[in-house]
Ligand binder design. Structure first.
Ligand code: GAR
Length: 187
């Protein structure tokens, strides 16, 4: 069985979707969820789903090797950032070369970079009167949202769409595609 570790900072709907997908899989399972936010809803979801979850602070993540050591012990085949908002330290990326992927709620290179997450991204899409948007799944490198693209899926944006409408379309694309792409990468 392949081993999946997820990093998330907030609600964790993608984390939950991945956990449920791999519950019924003989390819892989989600063995650990890690969060920088001790109040994140993702922790409640993991409790309900019986998946081990831990929160960590900045010192553990990037000023020491505590999180690195947790990862080394977990021996993940893939590390999935699912709504994770901190920059991933280079010294961890080095240990897990080409094994860290992220999902971004826009068609990169559009609407990426520091501060571009969640509703900020959908706001920009509506504000710029874009006619389409989508999701990008990509490898993580030392710069925000700049690693090689693995997969994109698009949806249309209507002139009448609100920011919430766009968020809902993106959510549906993420639910549909993210587990399938992670699964494909593991095979
Ligand atoms: C998702 O839409 C994900 O694409 C986005 O955060 C949301 C997390 O939702 N990620 C980013 O914006 C990264 N820059 P979730 O916590 O319900 O999975």
């Amino acid at each position: 069985m392949k081993r999946v570790v997820i990093f998330a900072s907030g609600s964790g709907s993608n984390a939950e979707n991945l956990i449920k997908f791999f519950h019924n899989s003989d390819t892989a399972s989600v063995i650990q969820v890690l969060t920088n936010n001790p109040h994140a809803k993702v922790l409640d979801r993991c409790k309900k789903l019986n998946v081990s979850a831990l929160s960590f602070n900045r010192i553990a993540f990037s000023k020491s090797e505590d999180v690195l050591n947790i990862l080394k012990a977990a021996q993940p085949d893939i590390i999935v950032l699912a709504g994770f908002l901190w920059k991933f330290p280079e010294f961890i990326l080095k240990e897990f070369n080409n094994k860290v992927i992220n999902i971004h709620p826009a068609l990169l290179p559009k609407h990426g970079g520091k501060g571009m997450f969640g509703m900020n991204v959908h706001n920009a899409v509506v504000h710029n009167k874009e006619t389409e948007t989508g999701i990008t799944i990509h490898y993580v490198n030392e710069n925000y949202d700049e690693g090689a693209v693995i997969f994109q899926a698009k949806c249309s944006v209507l002139p009448t769409d609100s920011v919430e409408d766009v968020a809902e379309k993106i959510h549906l694309l993420e639910m549909e595609h993210f587990p399938l792409i992670v699964n494909k990468l593991l095979k």
